[in-house]
Design a protein around this ligand. Structure first.
Ligand SMILES: NC(=O)CC[C@H](N)C(=O)O
Length: 221
């Protein structure tokens, strides 16, 4: 499967996700600069990487969400294209309106950079089919604005519709209902703060992240 990684000024996990995708799919992804107005043809997955796009000015992801290419990503997502946003990518997805709620400053006001335990809340999506529902996995986080917020009605709806993909097994950043990863209503867009692309080979201390990409590849194929 061909994939695309969107690169913003200040992205710093674009090579990590590119390596993970090349490793799992066998094909190097298209690296697409944020100023492009069209996506490459024949692509089956779009990834928005982690980082500090536009220096996290205004709000993390707010400026990137207005990039020409994000308009094309939104249109593709609305047509059913699988889109994964990791960390800053998740922030961009909420700022672009593809996912509800917002990522606020961590409740402890510190940058949190460590492995965390996640529970897989919904193992039925294309992004989580490599896991069992209810399973606990280990994936690193690295962010200062990962504190997920949405109003109670939205949170109830997300839970009722099975759209919470991952939760932190403990309080990591103050996120409402410990939400670590969310799906859109159609299930083709995932935003998550933890970094699966940083846990794809034994040298990373484990391969729980790799299973996301392997499951996704199989589900999409
Ligand atoms: N690793 C990242 O993507 C960091 C995301 C974001 N800039 C934050 O620190 O909250």
């Amino acid at each position: 499967m061909k994939t695309a990684v969107i690169v913003f000024p200040g992205s710093n996990c674009d090579r990590d996700i590119a390596t993970a995708l090349e490793d799992v799919t066998g094909i190097a992804p298209h690296m697409v600069w944020h100023g492009e107005s069209e996506l490459p043809s024949g692509v089956g997955l779009i990834a928005l990487p982690g980082g500090f796009s536009y220096g996290d000015y205004l709000r993390c992801g707010a400026i990137s969400a207005r990039s020409p290419v994000v308009r094309a990503v939104v249109e593709a997502a609305e047509r059913g294209m699988p889109v994964i946003g990791i960390c800053n990518g998740f922030q961009i997805l909420t700022e672009a309106g593809l996912l509800p709620g917002a990522l606020m400053r961590n409740s402890g006001l510190n940058f949190v950079c460590r492995n965390v335990a996640l529970t897989v809340d919904n193992g039925q999506s294309i992004f989580t089919s490599g896991y069992e529902t209810g399973e606990t996995i280990t994936v690193p986080v690295a962010h200062h604005d990962g504190n997920y917020f949405a109003d109670a009605e939205t949170l109830d709806r997300l839970e009722g519709e099975g759209r919470i993909a991952f939760r932190y097994a403990e309080d990591v950043n103050g996120s409402a209902r410990n939400i670590a990863g969310l799906l859109n209503p159609a299930g083709n867009v995932l935003g998550m703060m933890p970094h699966p692309e940083r846990r794809i080979e034994a040298a990373h201390g484990g391969t729980d992240g790799r299973r996301l990409f392997e499951g996704l590849l199989e589900a999409v194929a």
